[in-house]
Ligand binder design. Structure first.
Ligand code: SGN
Ligand code: CA
Length: 529
């Protein structure tokens, strides 16, 4: 009972469908809302059942999961913002869409799925963080943030502003939702729509809205099991990164202890300019609320003069709490969008997807940020609510990836995916079973080195149980050459602490994964590794 909604959009076909009495054809074609946050870890969504999510409930995201499908094995190909967004828009891997690194690369000759939907009669919109190295392509409506966007009073550009960035008063998460609702209000109600709602939050430096600055202040969030990972069995890449909470997280910019800006402890604060910018852009009322909340807590912290383990513990609590406060606003605003859809009677014929541009380390391995192929940054949250096809409260453990969104959205619209698109529609998974011929493994590739956080280049494959990672890169001005491999058994070692590469007991497994990796590189024409 495949319903061809794409065909429905052509009046002639609509008539012939009626003429043949195809009863099952829905009256209205399906709408799509893709909600994507920036750096949201699955660990902080209650529905995923992790310790942090349990302590800080996300009722609106949980509701989407309870009414839809929770994906437990959803991944990106390249755990970084612009590359992830390029995978989303093109259905292609980074080396095929050009966006390998954060700051350069998109091949603008590649078609975005938004363009195809538009050609088939969909009304398309994108609001919030666009963060691509090209203008929004294939959108009837856009209202997008400047670059990474700011939390307070951010600049947006739109068609009405003639592409000029204009500052708007408010908190980014709320404003982005306002513009999502604006698109829905102003749309042509005779056409189906596809709307991308891309939040800035909870990206670094995790600035909460004034109403949530004190939330969870009295809650103690536990360290993850791997917080004190000593990287004993790993390649050098895990030792030479610069994303440790104890060493690389700064007290002023990241942890908001403005009072320490001239202190010795903050001599290596590299982003005071960014910090000043984020405070300076606040209104007097926002600034006053900010100071009223943070100053007393900061003074208490300074008076304690914490050192060593105690200081790290404090840093972790401040980091996690600010991050989770940003998530609280996300959850509220997803709830507000759902309430609007309910009021407009759009819940039954709108597919709602919730995901993030990548995962994030909440202290696992001692880290913040992402980039590595280790689970917490490689994996993303993914929830899909689609009442016509997906049973409420279902779960999916098939391996899915961000190159799959474009083919999925085309499939939902009844449009055949173009041959060049390598991603796969997720529609066959909606019934709750994984088809026999579903992909057996995923490919990952991170390219952005040397760059902030200093994560070495690597590619690799992961199947439902094992993961093979290959770090590579020539000697350069900052580091020695690296050519090193890791193998993990995710079933026996889900925290990826025990590198099994070179262990004779795993020779067969290693050979099997290596063969997949080699074959993939040939088939998909990977040109560096
Ligand atoms: C900024 C952040 C980094 C972050 C990158 C990429 N530093 O450079 O910590 O890894 O963005 O993030 S900041 O001081 O500017 O906040 S991404 O999500 O866009 O890929
Ligand atoms: Ca991101």
């Amino acid at each position: 009972n495949t319903i061809n909604y794409g065909a429905l959009l052509a009046p002639a076909l609509l008539l012939s469908a009626c003429g043949t009495g195809q009863k099952e054809v829905a009256e209205k074609p399906l709408n799509i809302i893709h909600i994507m946050t920036d750096d949201h870890s699955y660990q902080t969504i209650s529905a995923y059942g992790h310790a942090l999510g349990k302590l800080a409930p996300t009722p609106n995201l949980d509701r989407l999961a309870a009414e839809g499908m929770l994906f437990r094995q959803a991944f990106v190909e390249n755990s970084l913002s612009t590359p992830s967004r390029a995978c989303l828009m093109t259905g292609l891997y980074s080396h095929q869409n050009g966006q390998r690194q954060l700051g350069k690369g998109i091949d603008t000759t590649k078609t975005f799925f938004s363009e195809i939907l538009q050609q088939h009669g969909y009304q398309t919109g994108v609001v919030g963080k666009w963060h691509m190295q090209c203008e929004p392509k294939g959108f009837d409506y856009y209202h997008v943030l400047w670059d990474q966007g700011d939390y307070y009073n951010p600049e947006f550009k739109s068609k009405e502003s003639n592409g000029k960035y204009i500052k708007e008063e408010g908190y980014a998460t709320t404003l982005t939702t306002d513009h999502a609702i604006e698109f829905l209000e102003e749309r042509d109600k005779n056409k189906p729509f596809c709307l991308l709602v891309h939040h800035k939050a909870p990206h670094r430096n995790w600035m909460p809205d004034t109403k949530y600055m004190d939330l969870y202040e009295d809650v103690e969030f536990p360290y993850p099991d791997t917080f004190n990972d000593d990287y004993a069995t790993r390649c050098d890449a895990a030792r030479t990164q610069e994303m440790r909470i104890d060493k690389n997280m700064t007290l002023v910019y990241d942890l908001k202890v403005d009072e320490l800006r001239h202190s010795e402890a903050c001599q290596n604060e590299w982003n005071l300019k960014g910090w000043d910018g984020s405070l300076d852009r606040m209104t007097p009322e926002q600034r006053e609320a900010w100071i009223a909340s943070y100053k007393p807590r900061n003074e208490k912290f300074i008076n304690q003069n914490l050192k060593g383990e105690d200081l790290v513990k404090w840093k972790y609590q401040r980091y996690i709490k600010d991050y989770i406060r940003c998530i609280k606003s996300i959850d509220d605003e997803v709830g507000r969008l759902i309430a609007y859809l309910e009021k407009e009677g759009l819940m039954d014929n709108t597919v709602i997807v919730y995901t993030s541009d990548q995962g994030f380390y909440m202290g696992e391995h001692g880290w913040f940020d992402k980039r590595f192929m280790y689970e917490e940054s490689f994996r993303t949250p993914l929830i899909i609510r689609y009442p016509a096809k997906i049973k409420a409260g279902s779960e999916c453990t098939a391996l899915v990836q961000n190159i799959d969104y474009a083919p999925t959205y085309l499939d939902i619209a009844g449009i055949e995916k173009p041959d060049y698109m390598v991603g796969t529609s997720l529609a066959p998974l909606f019934g709750g079973e994984t088809p026999q011929d579903w992909r057996q493994y995923l490919y990952y590739h991170y390219y952005d080195y040397p760059a902030i956080h200093m994560v070495r280049r690597h590619d690799g494959v992961r199947d439902s149980r094992y993961k093979l990672i290959h770090f590579y890169g020539d000697k350069n001005e900052v580091n020695e050459a690296i050519n090193c491999d890791e193998l993990y058994d995710l079933q026996n070692d889900p925290n990826e602490l025990n590198n099994l590469y070179g262990n004779p007991d795993y020779a067969d497994v290693t050979a099997r994964l290596q063969k997949q990796l080699d074959q993939f590189r040939v088939d998909q024409k990977v040109d560096e590794y």
